[in-house]
Design a protein around this ligand. Structure first.
Ligand code: CU
Length: 143
């Protein structure tokens, strides 16, 4: 009791303590508030359709890939559909996800899967000799 009376702060010190306490509390809440707004920005999962055209030979497409391939952007939890048109045999393959679909010459094939893992994943055309031709990159942002 005695100690409390002795340590009783003046009004201005009390005000400074309240302001400090408020700032400390706001600081502590900042990560929570920030997370809430990030979640809002993330919104609901989306469905994406990306097209791949395999209508040249492997040499031509390998050369084309050297100046860059398309980057298909999505977020974790989205649904990805790849639509491949091809004049070539073989298969379309998404690395790490390890999803693939056989190509049908002169026709469209579809490959649909959930983007469960974040990262950048190469999409290849595997020709019948199992040569890998880099066609695109699937870039999945973490949610
Ligand atoms: Cu591959």
């Amino acid at each position: 009791m005695m100690a409390v009376e002795q340590a009783r702060p003046s009004r201005s010190i009390a005000a400074a303590l309240y302001i400090t306490l408020a700032l400390v509390l706001l600081g502590a809440m900042y990560p929570l508030l920030r997370k809430a707004s990030d979640d809002e920005a993330a919104r609901a999962p989306e469905a994406h359709t990306f097209r791949i055209d395999i209508s040249a030979d492997s040499d031509t497409l390998t050369q084309a890939a050297q100046s860059g391939v398309p980057v298909f952007k999505a977020r974790q939890g989205d649904t990805i559909t790849l639509v491949a048109t091809s004049t070539q045999p073989g298969s379309l393959h998404v690395h790490v996800y390890d999803r693939s679909v056989p190509l049908v010459q002169g026709s469209e094939v579809m490959l649909t899967f959930p983007a469960t893992t974040a990262g950048a994943f190469p999409i290849h055309w595997h020709d019948p000799q199992n040569l890998m031709i880099h066609m695109a990159i699937l870039e999945v942002q973490p949610r």
